[in-house]
Design a binder for this molecule. Structure first.
Ligand SMILES: NC(=O)c1ccc[n+]([C@@H]2O[C@H](COP(=O)([O-])OP(=O)(O)OC[C@H]3O[C@@H](n4cnc5c(N)ncnc54)[C@H](O)[C@@H]3O)[C@@H](O)[C@H]2O)c1
Length: 368
């Protein structure tokens, strides 16, 4: 039987990314899949790009009337509703960690008889996620940090950020703001060996920093325990760690105040965004910033120069085309296994097992 897959539209505001791209759709079609794509003016890819590779285009948001044996793929949460969900959905549902409304979302699946394969929990044999947006979060975070440094040098605050059409446009804009190149800027990336860290380092190289001016730290370098003077000696600090346990802070307000004017640090980008975590290693701010207001000043009293933090928790949206291409390409090997999802494809059978556990947990909550 031919494997079908239905790419739904995204309804979350400003979300321009897509779980399938024309490139991955074509690869699936070449492997014998039939791909249906909902028209979506919000998506960074034109509908015509999907049509050109052989997808069948259907109207926006028409998946509720799709045959229930066709899996529906999307990225972000479905709009809030009480309607039962009879389909199989592949998406980020943000309902497995007891987020607000988690039990009612899972109950919609239970009542409809549908299945959720949550993209955040598709893992390889070693337990690592098969697809994640980290690289472009780091890349975009570093770009935002460099733009904020450009504003800081003019004693201004960084204005609203808008998604870029592609990576070249982002890199060129950042270079222009820094006067043609980032050469001379010093940056320190912590978590440099991870997905976000790699992306941050890549952006810093592409805007022209000298390799010696990109200081790359990971577990080995932070083992001595913070706070770290080295962070105060660069222009931009980018935190990209995966926080899994209590660690001493990397940076504190007292340390910054004590350094006075000897501090070089102007911008801290917290890509990890453990803002409300009690072990946030950068306890110098306490809100997430946004595309419309990307920086928050650190309260330092009369101490100069100023210091700003960027703590945007959806950075890959700034680079929707490349972020989608990379995510979708990483997801492709698992998608190719969809025909075996109920029997032998471990990535899917594990995800279904987890879904069933979460539904049972939610039922307990719904009935108390
Ligand atoms: N802001 C956003 O838009 C956005 C988007 C995607 C991911 N994230 C977040 O970014 C974080 C990193 O994600 P990732 O996919 O890059 O993770 P990852 O596991 O690929 O990389 C994390 C890196 O941090 C290092 N690390 C962990 N603890 C450290 C410590 N104490 N000192 C130094 N290095 C340490 C690890 O060795 C690893 O190299 C996660 O918290 C994730 O939720 C944020």
């Amino acid at each position: 039987m031919v494997q079908q897959l239905w790419l739904r539209c995204e309804k979350k505001a400003f979300e321009r990314r897509s779980a399938l791209t024309p490139t991955t759709a074509k690869k699936l079609i070449n492997a014998g899949f039939e791909i249906t794509v909902e028209r979506d003016p919000q998506r960074i890819f034109d509908d015509a790009e999907f049509e050109a590779v052989g997808c069948t285009l259907v109207s926006n948001n028409s998946w509720p009337s799709a045959p229930t044996d066709i899996p529906i793929i999307g990225l972000k949460e479905l709009p809030a509703s009480d309607d039962p969900l009879p389909h199989t959905h592949i998406q980020f549902a943000h309902c497995y960690k007891k987020q607000a409304g988690w039990a009612s979302v899972l109950d919609r699946f239970r009542r409809g008889g549908g299945t959720l394969y949550d993209l955040e929990f598709l893992t390889d044999a070693k337990g690592r996620r098969v697809a994640a947006f980290g690289f472009h979060a780091g890349f975009a975070g570093a770009a935002a940090g460099a733009l904020a440094l450009g504003a800081h040098r003019k004693r201004e605050r960084l204005g609203p950020l808008e998604p870029y059409l592609n990576e070249t446009a982002m890199v060129n804009h950042v270079k222009e703001v820094l006067g043609g190149s980032g050469k001379g800027v010093k940056a320190l990336v912590i978590g440099a060996l991870g997905r976000c860290g790699n992306g941050a380092v890549d952006l810093l190289r592409k805007i022209g920093l000298d390799e010696d001016d990109i200081i790359k730290w990971d577990m080995a370098e932070t083992a001595k325990g913070g706070p770290f003077q080295e962070i105060l000696d660069v222009d931009i600090f980018i935190n990209c760690i995966y926080l899994s346990s209590a660690i001493p802070p990397f940076l504190t307000t007292e340390q910054i105040v004590a350094a006075g004017q000897s501090r070089k640090l102007a911008i801290a980008v917290d890509v990890s965004c453990d803002t409300t975590n009690p072990f946030n290693p950068i306890p110098i701010y306490d809100i997430n910033t946004t595309f419309s207001n990307p920086t928050v000043p650190v309260e330092l009293g009369n101490v100069v120069p100023s210091l700003s933090v960027i703590s945007i928790d959806h950075l890959p949206t700034l680079l929707p085309r490349e972020a989608s291409e990379q995510f979708s390409a990483d997801l492709l090997p698992s998608l190719l296994e969809l025909p075996k999802r109920q029997f032998s494809a471990r990535v899917w059978t594990d995800a279904e097992k987890l879904f069933k556990e979460k539904v049972s947990e939610a039922m307990g909550v719904q009935h108390t």
